[in-house]
Design a protein around this ligand. Structure first.
Ligand SMILES: Nc1ncnc2c1ncn2[C@@H]1O[C@H](COP(=O)(O)OP(=O)(O)OP(=O)(O)O)[C@@H](O)[C@H]1O
Ligand SMILES: [Mg+2]
Length: 320
């Protein structure tokens, strides 16, 4: 197995509720997983489960409450801004809205040249690098003379990926990078990312609320619910044999591949508990079809290894 490029250990990020000293949103609550070198780890879960906060903690864009994030064995969760600048070179991000990666008043070429300058390339090196990359993402260099508003969302998202690749990073975190695009453009961008991944030997964390997208790209998958990891493991294993009732429900909601295919859609009943008052027992139990009274509403399930790399936090699967 490949070594972990990034290790997330017992990571917590709590946000204090304004005017309530003792109330916190537990956005990320004791999350641990590895991102092995050269692999893509997909992080999935419903809106508000803490995916972006987890990503921001890994990228050191926000302080962590406790726990650690290591990059090549070095704890980067507590380092200063100056030292982090060096790590930024190796760790880049692609966001959902590509317009946020480009200055609306600058040409695309101008913004990309600024990035090359920031990382110490001279004008000639910068221009060569940009033209190379634009070719690799399948666009004509004429796009460099345009402003963001003169490009489609798909073209701009390709360029956002190119922007992240300028400095030859080891790691890219993509947060809902294709969610705003229509399905055919999504597929093109995902295929492009898969090609570039080979070429650049990239390690990635791919955040999405869409399981189909994550299935398409990931080697490993982490399923999150209200700040906690519910299940994690190799993508092939997890998609073939989902164990957590939450993962099963997410999978049952995937669109059918063929119109005549049967679906056994699991409807998630009940309410998502308030992220401020998360219960001290299983967070999913209010919506779980396998709820065991007296167990699931009493004790928080620990994430336990069920086989090889497959881990699940569920009393039904791993009784105490
Ligand atoms: N700066 C902040 N201050 C207070 N609460 C925050 C802050 N950022 C996020 N939260 C809260 O933390 C929780 C997790 O939010 P986060 O944005 O990480 O979820 P997400 O899984 O990325 O959701 P989405 O799929 O909608 O992007 C939410 O309850 C959110 O309201
Ligand atoms: Mg998010």
């Amino acid at each position: 197995m490949s070594e972990a490029l990034i290790q997330v250990s017992h990571l917590k990020k709590y946000f204090q509720v304004p005017k309530h000293k003792d109330l916190f949103v537990r956005a990320v609550d004791d999350v641990s997983f590895d991102i092995p070198e050269g692999e893509i780890v997909g992080v999935v879960g419903e809106s508000g489960c803490g995916k972006s906060t987890l990503g921001r903690c890994i990228m050191h864009l926000t302080d962590v409450t406790s726990g650690s994030v290591t990059y090549k064995g070095k704890d980067i969760s507590g380092i200063g801004r100056k030292e982090m600048k060096e790590y930024r070179r190796h760790m880049q991000m692609v966001f959902q809205n590509p317009y946020s990666s480009f200055n609306p008043r600058h040409t695309i070429g101008g913004t990309l040249m600024d990035v090359t300058k920031e990382y110490g390339m001279n004008k000639k090196e910068g221009q060569e690098r940009i033209v190379d990359l634009v070719g690799q993402i399948g666009l004509d260099p004429v796009v460099l003379a345009r402003r963001p508003s003169e490009l489609s969302g798909g073209q701009l998202q390709r360029l956002a990926v190119a922007r992240a690749l300028i400095v030859n990073p080891s790691f890219i975190l993509a947060d809902e990078a294709v969610s705003a695009l229509d399905v055919s453009v999504q597929a093109q961008i995902l295929n492009m990312i898969m090609d570039l991944r080979q070429e650049y030997h990239l390690t990635m964390m791919f955040i999405s609320h869409d399981l189909t997208v994550v299935e398409h790209v990931s080697d490993e998958v982490v399923i999150m619910y209200l700040g906690k990891v519910m299940e994690k493991g190799k993508a092939v294993e997890l998609f073939d044999n989902p164990l957590h009732p939450y993962t099963e429900a997410l999978m049952s909601a995937k669109p059918r591949e063929k119109p005549d295919q049967e679906t056994n859609r699991i409807i998630l009943n009940g309410d998502v508990p308030n992220a401020i008052n998360v219960p001290p027992y299983c967070r999913f139990c209010t919506r779980c079809r396998d709820f065991i009274p007296g167990v699931c509403d009493k004790v928080a399930p620990q994430l336990k290894q069920v086989s090889g790399d497959h881990w699940v936090a569920c009393h039904k699967i791993c009784p105490a």
